[in-house]
Design a protein around this ligand. Structure first.
Ligand SMILES: C[S@@+](CC[C@H](N)C(=O)[O-])C[C@H]1O[C@@H](n2cnc3c(N)ncnc32)[C@H](O)[C@@H]1O
Length: 277
């Protein structure tokens, strides 16, 4: 994927003078589903009180401007935590990003909304996942949002580490366009081994890109299941663009049947949008 330069990816918010991300309109749909999931799981969260947490390992700066409309929207951490605060706040919020400027902007914006308590981390997700998990109670109810730009920033190790907690639900977003375009390159440069270890036993590198992507994805879902999650292939939503092009996948991984049922209610799954295994 051609890497965007920082000046294409961010601008400065005139209201608070901090960085904000420039996003496509689809980001709003992503946050809508994130907020719905937080909303619908409120009763479970209430039972755990302070022992319920939210983790955002790719938090971004906490505010975004929609490219085509100029609309200003909260980033994922603010969207999720503000939604939770309406009924049952998270007992602790953990935000992390590779980019230190994003982490501090996101922290300030959470603080500005009175959302907390917040712990911050800077670094690659595989490192920050380990740091966050070391602070979480094994008896707590946890929810993590994983929102990298590309699968290259989502080593399977991140999911493995988070999955050490018995009650850790994951909502994972990644770009189907990126995967579709780059799958062959990822196969040849070894980066697919990091995202989906063992893919070579399940995917024929000679097949068409779209077929290869499906096979990699099926294998990746199987890896998640082996960590004790329900079958995530039931919880995959493929969101398509206006020309029916695949834009992104949202995957909910939960070890409980309840989390799975919640996702069924919020994911707007339709025949066209189901990931067709
Ligand atoms: C799609 S943006 C996040 C947007 C944010 N979740 C939201 O919805 O408001 C992806 C973020 O991942 C960060 N990032 C890139 N590579 C990373 C890595 N290896 N580990 C952690 N964060 C990374 C980028 O700095 C960027 O802020």
């Amino acid at each position: 994927m051609p890497t965007k330069r920082p000046e294409e990816r961010y601008d400065i918010d005139p209201v608070d003078g901090s960085r904000r991300e420039i996003v496509g309109g689809w980001a709003q749909e992503k946050h809508l589903r994130l907020r719905h999931y937080v909303d619908i799981s409120r009763a479970a969260r209430r039972k755990f009180g302070r022992n319920s947490t939210f983790t955002d390992l790719y938090c971004g700066p906490g505010r975004a401007a929609v490219k085509d409309t100029g609309e200003v929207i909260p980033g994922s951490a603010i969207a999720a935590c503000a939604e939770a605060a309406r009924h049952a706040s998270f007992g602790a919020i953990h935000i992390a990003d590779l980019d230190a400027v994003n982490v501090s902007a996101c922290r300030d914006r959470l603080n500005g909304e009175g959302l907390g308590p917040i712990s911050t981390y800077i670094g690659k997700a595989e490192e920050t996942a380990r740091q966050v998990v070391s602070k979480l109670s094994p008896s707590g109810l946890h929810f993590a949002f994983l929102d990298p730009y590309s699968v290259q920033a989502l080593p399977f190790e991140v999911i493995q580490t988070l999955a050490e907690l018995p009650k850790m639900d994951l909502l994972i977003h990644f770009s189907a366009m990126d995967m579709q375009r780059n799958v062959k390159q990822l196969m040849s440069n070894g980066k697919l081994d990091v995202f989906a270890p063992g893919w070579r036993d399940h995917v024929d590198p000679a097949v068409r890109n779209d077929v290869a992507v499906l096979a990699v994805f099926r294998h990746w879902c199987g890896l998640i299941k082996k960590l004790g999650y329900q079958d995530v292939s039931d919880n995959v939503e493929l969101v398509s663009g206006s020309k029916n092009q695949p834009l992104y996948w949202l995957v909910l991984a939960s070890k409980s049947a309840l989390g799975q049922a919640f996702w069924g209610k919020v994911s707007n799954v339709t025949a066209q949008h189901r990931f067709d295994f």
